[in-house]
Ligand binder design. Structure first.
Ligand SMILES: NC(=O)c1ccc[n+]([C@@H]2O[C@H](COP(=O)([O-])OP(=O)(O)OC[C@H]3O[C@@H](n4cnc5c(N)ncnc54)[C@H](OP(=O)(O)O)[C@@H]3O)[C@@H](O)[C@H]2O)c1
Length: 267
């Protein structure tokens, strides 16, 4: 069967673990030359080696999202090595649920630092990549946003604001770069079984979240990666500016749904 990303050059940020690493694997399986951007080079190199031992083409490039100058140096390094970037996955995103609360309780400095890092990593990395894509017949940018940027939460005001901005930025980039044959789409995971969820979210929060998820389980990182692959490949050649959630249908039914499920479970 034809590989979907044969010889394409892909750059994936924050990709040593979780959704980012699943994208690395999926893209490599589809024939891409994949650059794993990472702050932890030891971990990234060992994961790249595992994949390369199986015959894939995975390389490592340094970038720490807290050091903005590394967004540009990361892109420069890939361009120096390959001469082009066909696919960019802006996967980096962070927040601290203990400090990222509601409007009444969240410290402004904390708010703006999360909005800044999440949004700047997408803006600055895309800005660095776009001229190269434009001079090389175009490309595909995929932003990993969140269902939290679509459906307001009672908490996580900084993270939600940053991801909502990323959703709109996606549409703006799509509109402004279409004539350069650059597409830009966003994938919005719901609760996905990664280290971030295991380490940062309480069992109580997870339980409440699943009450409103018709497919009653957490997503798997590879399920998110499958949608990212769709946007990276020519299967979506006529699709741009779209934001799609991969969340098991979170928040789609009436809120009564969650209450009914709970009632039935108690019977
Ligand atoms: N999991 C979910 O439920 C969920 C839901 C909605 C949206 N998302 C979004 O999906 C994306 C990936 O999340 P995930 O759950 O896959 O995360 P994860 O499994 O916790 O992995 C986080 C990745 O980010 C890297 N990272 C953290 N801080 C970094 C920094 N300062 N510079 C460079 N890399 C850094 C980590 O590298 P190290 O190995 O060096 O720590 C790791 O590779 C994020 O944008 C997140 O907002 C996730």
């Amino acid at each position: 069967m034809k590989m979907k990303l044969k010889n394409k050059v892909a750059l994936i940020t924050a990709s040593t673990r979780g959704i980012g690493f699943e994208c690395v694997k999926r893209f490599a399986e589809e024939g891409a030359i994949v650059y794993m951007a990472a702050r932890n080079l030891e971990l990234a190199n060992s994961k790249a080696k595992e994949l390369n031992d199986k015959g894939f083409m995975v390389k490592v490039v340094y970038s720490d999202a807290t050091k903005k100058e590394t967004y540009v140096s990361m892109v420069d390094e890939v361009i120096r090595n390959e001469g082009r970037i066909d696919i960019l996955v802006n996967n980096f995103g962070t927040s601290d649920p203990r400090k990222d609360l509601d409007i009444k309780s969240t410290n402004y400095e904390e708010f703006i630092s999360i909005v800044d890092i999440n949004l700047s990593s997408v803006f600055m990395t895309s800005q660095a990549v776009i001229p190269h894509m434009a001079s090389n017949d175009g490309g595909s940018i995929i932003n990993i946003s969140s269902i939290g940027g679509l459906r307001p939460d009672i908490s996580q005001i900084s993270y939600g604001t940053s991801k909502a901005a990323i959703n709109y930025l996606t549409k703006l980039i799509a509109t402004q770069c279409a004539r350069d044959n650059i597409r830009c789409n966003a994938v919005l995971p719901g609760m996905t079984a990664t280290d971030a969820v295991n380490e940062k979210l309480s069992d109580e929060f997870k339980e409440f979240f699943l009450r409103h998820t018709p497919i009653k389980r957490m997503g798997k990182p590879e399920e998110v990666a499958g949608t990212v692959l769709y946007f990276a490949s020519d299967d979506s050649a006529f699709t741009t500016g779209q934001i799609i959630d991969v969340s098991g249908g979170f928040g789609m039914p009436t809120p009564i749904y969650g209450d009914m499920i709970e009632m039935k479970n108690k019977r």
